[in-house]
Design a protein around this ligand. Structure first.
Ligand SMILES: NC(=O)C1=CN([C@@H]2O[C@H](COP(=O)(O)OP(=O)(O)OC[C@H]3O[C@@H](n4cnc5c(N)ncnc54)[C@H](O)[C@@H]3O)[C@@H](O)[C@H]2O)C=CC1
Ligand SMILES: O=C(O)[C@@H]1CCC=N1
Length: 272
């Protein structure tokens, strides 16, 4: 191997570039991979053009993409078996497959692949698009420490990366994979409530969104416990205490618990 070969980054292919594939692609390019090191496999010509314009990456047919050093698969769980069956003949021994599919266990991912292909399972979330995501990462069959480290390096540009045992992946999916939707659902409700309370929609949206972003920054920068920060907002006999009482009476905590349980169960079903 020449020194140039040794120095070059592993070539990456992103197979399936919808919402999450694009977020991961953006992150990989932020992690230090250049557009020359990355290809995409997409179904529509128009999408290929769009990704070329936006990121400068080249679209290739599936057999060429599947032969990359690292293959990131970002199709729907229901599309995965067909895609892997088609890719398997072209995946090289020594390659690394990173799947972001909800629920699908690494044993099922590895089954159709040739011997010697390492599999890593990742659960990113949509803030990855802007480098502020969080990904749960697990080693699967044949994945050495170095390959998990490579997957983590690849995803570093998507945000934080947390290595978890694979048994925790469905729970992680329910908390952080789906999490942005819960937070946005609550944000929508807060904006609507503001409108109901008499605020112009644009004002309500700006106040509520600023509150969400500011609270996240406060948590991050102080490192303090959420309960402590919440107590600081809650003056005795004040407005916040009156509002929180309604959230408790209406079972918001119980609803969040039920949502996470339902999402984890759905991840199990998708992976079965
Ligand atoms: N959307 C999210 O917030 C998250 C999604 N995921 C996972 O990411 C995966 C993708 O989800 P989304 O991006 O939301 O779905 P999506 O529908 O936006 O993207 C899937 C993409 O795969 C493409 N595709 C399907 N078969 C293909 C093939 N044979 N060749 C090339 N492209 C093909 C589709 O054209 C589509 O663009 C799923 O497995 C999901 O569980 C994981 C974390 C978060
Ligand atoms: O809803 C889903 O199935 C995907 C996985 C996590 C977030 N979105």
């Amino acid at each position: 191997m020449s020194s140039t070969d040794e120095d070059r980054r592993p070539r990456v292919a992103v197979l399936g570039v919808g919402t999450m594939g694009e977020a991961v692609l953006a992150g990989v390019l932020r992690s230090g991979w250049t557009a020359d090191d990355v290809v995409v496999v997409v179904r529509r010509e128009e999408r290929a053009r769009e990704l070329d314009e936006r990121y400068g990456v080249r679209a290739v047919p599936l057999p060429e993409g599947a032969a990359a050093d690292v293959l990131v698969v970002a199709v729907k769980p229901q599309q995965l078996d067909d895609v892997l069956a088609e890719a398997a003949a072209h995946v090289r021994a020594g390659a690394l497959l990173v799947s972001v599919a909800a629920g699908v266990p690494t044993a099922r991912l590895a089954a159709p692949l040739p011997h010697g292909v390492a599999v890593v399972r990742a659960m990113p979330n949509t803030p990855a698009l802007v480098g502020r995501g969080v990904t749960a990462l697990s080693a699967g069959p044949g994945a050495e420490q170095a390959q998990v480290a490579l997957a983590a390096e690849l995803l570093a540009g998507t945000g934080d990366v947390v290595v978890v045992p694979e048994a925790q992946q469905d729970a992680a999916t329910a908390v952080s994979g789906s999490g942005p939707a819960y937070v946005l659902h609550l944000l929508e409700a807060l904006v609507e409530a503001g409108v109901h309370a008499g605020l112009p929609r644009a004002t309500s949206s700006r106040l509520a969104t600023g509150t969400l972003a500011g609270t996240a920054a406060l948590l991050e920068e102080t490192g303090e416990h959420p309960a402590l920060l919440r107590e600081r907002v809650t003056s005795p006999g004040g407005t916040t205490a009156a509002g929180l009482r309604q959230l408790d009476e209406r079972g918001v905590r119980a609803a969040v618990l039920a949502a996470v349980e339902a999402a984890r169960e759905r991840a199990r079903e998708l992976g079965a």
